[in-house]
Design a protein around this ligand. Structure first.
Ligand SMILES: Cc1ncc(COP(=O)(O)O)c(C=O)c1O
Length: 674
């Protein structure tokens, strides 16, 4: 909400507007100069001005859109998770250790996994994989005391690799999802003469909560049922191999919204654990899966996107329930495992996107006065506008009447145009006058403290928002927004000490009407626009999309062939200029790489274009030197990234055309064949 008194604008007001307290978890702040800052330890000690990172790397040649990974934040999250479980163990006197495993599906990037393992070394942090490729990537990472939990449906090759891992003395634990997987594992282990260790994912009755609730509960596609578990137990007993079943697992789905769902799940799995113990099956590990939530907005009115517990409450819940139930049944408690991914990675990554231009409703030029030649509808619209601009107080009913007048006159102009009685220029004027009148009405509505706003006038606000065209693809960078309507916090990286004067909807570069951000984080509304600043000509205007580190990187697709964006990995360091250094710079995907994925290759494409141009040269319609230049520029484009070469916001220069004109006269790579 914009504060009632506009003169009272401050960086605190900006923090309120962009609802920082709801999502930043103190990792992000606004400094006194109105710039967004990453506070990597959450204590104000090591702060990095995000725009300084962007400035440095763009000077060095990287382009936006750009993902900035604050590696220190990953380490901080790993520490917090482990410390929370250790604090809970101490509080409830839980003796066996807690061992977190990181599910690499959440963000497989090498440096992310490395950072988690590095920070988690002292806590014995391990990994979780859910597919063949993830298994192949993760196995070689295993240290002596690390777990690798292998979820997902598995084939013979995967079990083979897992059993090899066990032969090497590693703690690789396949988790059986379906009964036939157990049969396959059993057959392979017997053929090799190995007593393989494995776990079982239980299909709990307890459902999850939130957007991913269907990953758990009766309708889930995952996990073995209790009758299947009993068959597995019978089979193991017959073979005298009861000790092979070492782990029980459940997963309620990502982003568990309510702690009550977790309670129910933990109770159900612990009951199964104690019952197995009562039957002589000594399961060693209890794995409560992922689902530890992240507050993308903490909107209590909409629990699908918020969570109602803290990290410490999550850990306390798991530890206390298992402890209590094991004590009550006189059973030794298990080693606890959790598979939190989102909670470890979401905060560390910020997507930086340039706004290319803004499009609002066209308004009438200042000082316009209709003449004799203008149609009566134009003059009437102008009269309404002038009346709205007078310095008098207008009541809601009067504003509503003015709105109706303007609407009728615009409709009249439309009809006349349709029947061929009104020229195009007059129709243009009618539109500009109409939108100017709507804007004048809306400004009066917003400036007043009306208790009752007529519905038609209330709707104007949404109608008048501007479109801010951004250099990115929703489908590549925030797929969950398009797919499941997840909201991500978005705010400008600078000018936060300046009151935003525009209401905008962000639209992307794709030729798809879904390629826009149409829901925004706010404290209490179903907000369909973002408050932003007017673009200053020649000055970049950059937006940060926050909490992007979980799932979005890997799930993005290549709609319109927009590829992976550039990224940099940043560490805070007080001894370095501006308090940070960049460990790694990864350019965005090049056009030739993206084209190759859909089977287009530069040589073939160049040959085709060359043939096309030679025909024109032979016909005398194109000069040879022009053909050479076109081909050279075309050839260079294979190495460009798939995004636009963003001119500063509001700059009307057309870089592509300018570049074509400035093409060097002496061709380098390209040559047109005879
Ligand atoms: C089996 C399993 N474990 C762990 C996770 C990670 O969940 P989260 O990122 O919510 O912690 C997932 C993802 O949904 C999963 O399917």
């Amino acid at each position: 909400m914009i504060p009632k008194n506009p003169a009272a604008w401050s960086t605190e007001a900006a923090a309120e507007l962009y609802h920082l307290s709801g999502w930043s978890d103190d990792y992000f702040r606004i400094d006194d100069s109105g710039r967004a800052v990453a506070d990597v330890d959450r204590d104000g000690q090591r702060q990095i001005v995000i725009e300084k990172v962007v400035d440095r790397v763009t000077r060095e040649g990287l382009q936006t859109p750009l993902v900035i990974r604050f590696q220190d934040i990953i380490a901080s999250r790993v520490r917090q998770l482990n410390e929370a479980f250790n604090a809970a163990r101490e509080e409830f006197g839980y003796e066996p250790p807690y061992r977190g495993v990181y599910p690499i599906k959440v963000n497989q990037l090498h440096e992310v996994v490395d950072e988690i393992l590095e920070a988690g070394r002292t806590y014995g942090m391990g990994l979780e994989c859910g597919s063949k490729a993830e298994l192949v990537a993760a196995l070689p990472y295993l240290g002596d005391e690390m777990f690798l939990i292998c979820n997902g449906y598995k084939d013979e090759d995967m079990f083979d690799l897992i059993l090899t891992g066990q032969r090497l003395g590693k703690m690789v634990i396949p988790v059986i999802e379906k009964f036939d997987e157990f049969q396959l594992l059993n057959r392979l282990a017997n053929a090799r003469g190995i007593r393989a260790e494995f776990g079982v994912r239980i299909r709990l009755m307890s459902p999850g909560s939130g957007k991913w609730a269907e990953s758990g509960g009766d309708g889930s596609k995952f996990g073995v049922t209790i009758p299947e578990l009993l068959r597995i137990m019978d089979s193991l007993r017959e073979q005298g191999r009861e000790e092979s079943l070492v782990l029980l697992h459940f997963h309620l789905g990502s982003q568990v919204a309510h702690i009550q769902s977790l309670r129910a799940g933990v109770k159900e799995i612990t009951r199964i654990y104690t019952q197995l113990a009562g039957r002589g099956m000594r399961v060693k590990y209890l794995d409560v899966g992922g689902g530890l939530g992240v507050n993308y907005e903490a909107d209590l009115a909409n629990p699908d996107e918020g969570i109602n517990y803290t990290l410490q409450e999550y850990a306390n819940t798991v530890v206390s329930i298992v402890q209590e139930m094991c004590r009550a049944d006189n059973v030794a408690p298990p080693i606890l495992i959790s598979e939190s991914g989102r909670a470890l990675t979401a905060h560390h990554s910020v997507l930086v996107v340039d706004v290319l231009s803004a499009y609002g409703k066209e308004e009438i030029a200042d000082g316009f006065v209709p003449g004799e030649a203008d149609h009566a509808a134009i003059r009437a619209l102008h009269d309404t506008l002038m009346w709205l601009r007078e310095d008098t107080v207008l009541r809601p009913a009067e504003l509503l009447e003015a709105y109706h007048d303007a609407t009728v006159k615009r409709q009249e102009a439309e009809s006349l145009f349709g029947f061929g009685y009104l020229p195009l220029e007059q129709k243009g004027l009618a539109e500009e006058l109409y939108w100017s009148a709507c804007k004048a009405i809306n400004e009066r509505v917003r400036a007043s403290a009306m208790e009752w706003v007529p519905a038609e006038l209330d709707a104007l606000d949404r109608l008048l928002v501007e479109q801010y065209l951004c250099d990115f693809s929703v489908f590549q960078s925030i797929l969950d927004h398009w797919a499941i309507g997840q909201r991500f916090p978005i705010m400008p990286l600078s000018r936060l000490d300046e009151k935003p004067s525009k209401r905008a909807v962000l639209v992307d570069l794709t030729c798809d009407s879904d390629g826009k951000v149409n829901r925004y984080v706010s404290d209490n509304e179903d907000k369909r626009y973002l408050d932003l600043h007017a673009l200053n000509p020649g000055e970049p205007y950059r937006l940060g999309f926050f909490l992007m580190g979980a799932y979005q990187d890997i799930m993005g697709d290549m709609h319109n062939l927009f590829g992976r964006v550039a990224e940099v990995h940043v560490y805070a360091d007080d001894d370095e200029p501006d308090g940070f250094y960049i460990e790694k710079r990864i350019p965005g995907a090049r056009i030739k790489e993206i084209l190759a994925l859909v089977q287009y290759f530069p040589e073939d494409l160049k040959m085709r274009l060359e043939k096309m141009m030679m025909k024109e040269v032979r016909a005398g319609r194109l000069r040879r030197v022009e053909a050479v230049r076109f081909l050279e520029r075309y050839t260079q484009m294979f190495n460009d990234t798939t995004y636009l070469n963003a001119a500063p916001a509001g700059d009307q220069a057309a870089p592509a055309a300018a570049d074509m004109d400035a093409a060097p006269s002496a061709p380098q790579e390209a040559e047109v064949a005879e």
